[in-house]
Design a binder for this molecule. Structure first.
Ligand code: F6R
Length: 356
C-alpha cells in the first residue's frame, strides 16, 4: 500500500488535522458567501476610493497577492500589497486599507493598519479575533469575522474569498456569477479527487507529493496569478513540509535566474522544478516557458508542469491553488513530517512580543 493511502498513518503524522483543513477548502469557500452576506460594510458604502492597500503577512498576506492578481484586469485604482510594518507614504486619505490577519495579532499588520488609521484612510478588517477585532469593534470599522481554530495557511478559503467578495460588494470589481459557479463547482469536484480516501493511483495531489519526494523544489509561475501561486506553494512546502523551497516568476527569471542553473549541477540534479502552466498562455509566454524548461535540461532532477483547470481566471487560480496546497500537506506526511507546527514562526513572535 502507498504510504499516502494508509489512513491510520496519516492520522498519526497529522494529529493537528492540516489535511482535514485542506479537505475543507470547498466548505470554507461556500461558507464565505454567508460570512460576507452577514458582514456590515455600510461604513464603506458610497465612498470613492482612490487606492486599495491590502495588509497581511504569511498565510494572510497571500490574500493580498491573489486578489491583486485576480483584480488586475479590471480594477481602476492602484492596488498595493503591504507585507511589513510600514505603509508607503502615498497611502493615506481616500485609500481603502484592508488589514488581513487570521490571528488578529500580527504586529506588522497592526502597525501598518495604525498608520492607515492615523492618515484617515477608510478601514476594513478581516480576522478571526485577537487585537485586530478589538481595534475594529472599538472604532466601528467594517469587520469581516472568520471562524477561528485553524492554522492561518489552512484557512485560506476563509481569508481570501470573503475579502475578494467584499471588493465586489463595494463596487471595486465585478465578479461574474458564472465564474464563481465554475470555480466553486470545480473545487467541490476536486475535494473528492484529492481526498485522503482517493487512492494514490487516482489522486493527482498524492501523485504530485510523490513526484516531489525528498528533493528540493523550485517553483515557477508566470506574472499575475501564477507568480502569486508559485510563491504560495513555496511557502506551503516550507511551512507544511519544513522543507527548503524557492520560487521565481516568468518573465523576470529569464533575465537572471536561468543563467545561475549553469553551475553546481551535482547539487541541482537533486532539485525538482514545478511550473504552473495555463492552457491559454499568450504565445510569447508559452514559448518563453517552453524554452526555459529546455534550457534547464539535465541540470534539474525533473520538471513537473501543473496545467491549470477551468476556463475563468478565478477557476484557474483556485484549482491551481488547491492542488498545490493539499499536495504540500501530502508531501509533508509522505516524508513523516507533522504539517501543522510552525515552531520558528511562533517562537519569533513570542520573542518580539517581549519588546512591547
Ligand atoms: C501559519 C502561517 C503564517 C501566518 C503569519 C501571520 O499557518 O501561515 O504564515 O499567516 O505568521 O499570522 P496571521 O495570519 O495570524 O496574521
Amino acid at each position: 500500500m502507498n504510504d499516502l493511502d494508509d489512513l491510520k498513518r496519516i492520522r498519526e503524522i497529522d494529529p493537528g488535522g492540516m489535511l482535514e483543513a485542506e479537505e475543507g477548502f470547498y466548505g470554507q469557500l461556500a461558507e464565505s458567501k454567508d460570512i460576507i452576506a452577514g458582514t456590515d460594510l455600510s461604513s464603506l458604502y458610497g465612498k470613492k476610493f482612490t487606492g486599495l492597500a491590502i495588509l497581511g503577512m504569511g498565510g494572510s498576506g497571500f490574500s493580498g497577492d491573489i486578489i491583486k492578481a485576480l483584480a488586475a484586469d479590471e480594477i481602476k485604482i492602484p492596488v498595493e500589497v503591504v507585507k511589513g510594518y510600514e505603509l508607503p507614504a502615498f497611502i493615506g486619505k481616500g485609500w481603502l486599507v484592508m488589514a488581513v490577519s487570521y490571528s488578529g495579532n500580527t504586529e506588522e499588520t497592526l502597525n501598518a493598519l495604525g498608520q492607515g488609521i492615523n492618515r484617515g484612510s477608510h478601514i476594513l478588517v478581516e480576522c478571526s479575533g485577537g487585537r485586530l477585532e478589538k481595534v475594529a469593534s472599538g472604532s466601528g470599522y467594517a469587520l469581516i469575522k472568520v471562524p477561528a481554530g485553524l492554522q492561518p495557511r489552512g484557512a485560506i478559503g476563509y481569508l481570501f474569498y470573503p475579502a475578494y467578495l467584499a471588493l465586489d460588494k463595494l463596487g471595486l470589481i465585478d465578479i461574474d456569477e458564472m465564474d464563481e459557479d465554475e470555480a466553486l463547482g470545480l473545487i467541490k469536484e476536486r475535494s473528492e479527487s484529492y481526498n485522503r480516501n482517493m487512492p494514490a493511483a487516482k489522486n493527482p495531489a498524492k501523485k504530485l507529493a510523490v513526484e516531489i519526494g525528498d528533493r528540493l523544489p523550485i517553483v515557477y509561475g508566470s506574472e499575475g496569478i501564477y507568480a502569486a501561486l508559485a510563491y504560495r506553494l513555496k511557502c506551503e512546502i516550507n511551512e507544511n513540509g519544513k522543507t527548503p523551497c524557492w520560487w521565481n516568476s516568468f518573465a523576470e527569471l529569464n533575465h537572471n535566474e536561468t543563467v545561475g542553473w549553469e553551475r553546481l549541477s551535482g547539487i541541482t540534479r537533486d532539485f525538482v522544478v514545478i511550473t504552473f502552466r495555463d492552457p491559454d498562455e499568450p504565445p510569447k509566454m508559452k514559448a518563453r516557458i517552453d524554452v526555459t524548461l529546455d534550457q534547464l535540461g539535465s541540470n534539474t532532477g525533473s520538471i513537473i508542469q501543473l496545467m491549470a483547470e477551468g476556463k475563468s481566471k478565478l477557476a484557474k487560480a483556485l484549482s491551481s491553488l488547491y492542488l498545490g496546497d493539499i499536495a504540500s500537506v501530502y508531501h509533508a506526511i509522505l516524508n513523516g513530517i507533522d504539517p501543522t507546527p510552525v515552531e520558528k514562526i511562533e517562537s519569533l513572535k513570542k520573542e518580539l512580543a517581549k519588546l512591547d
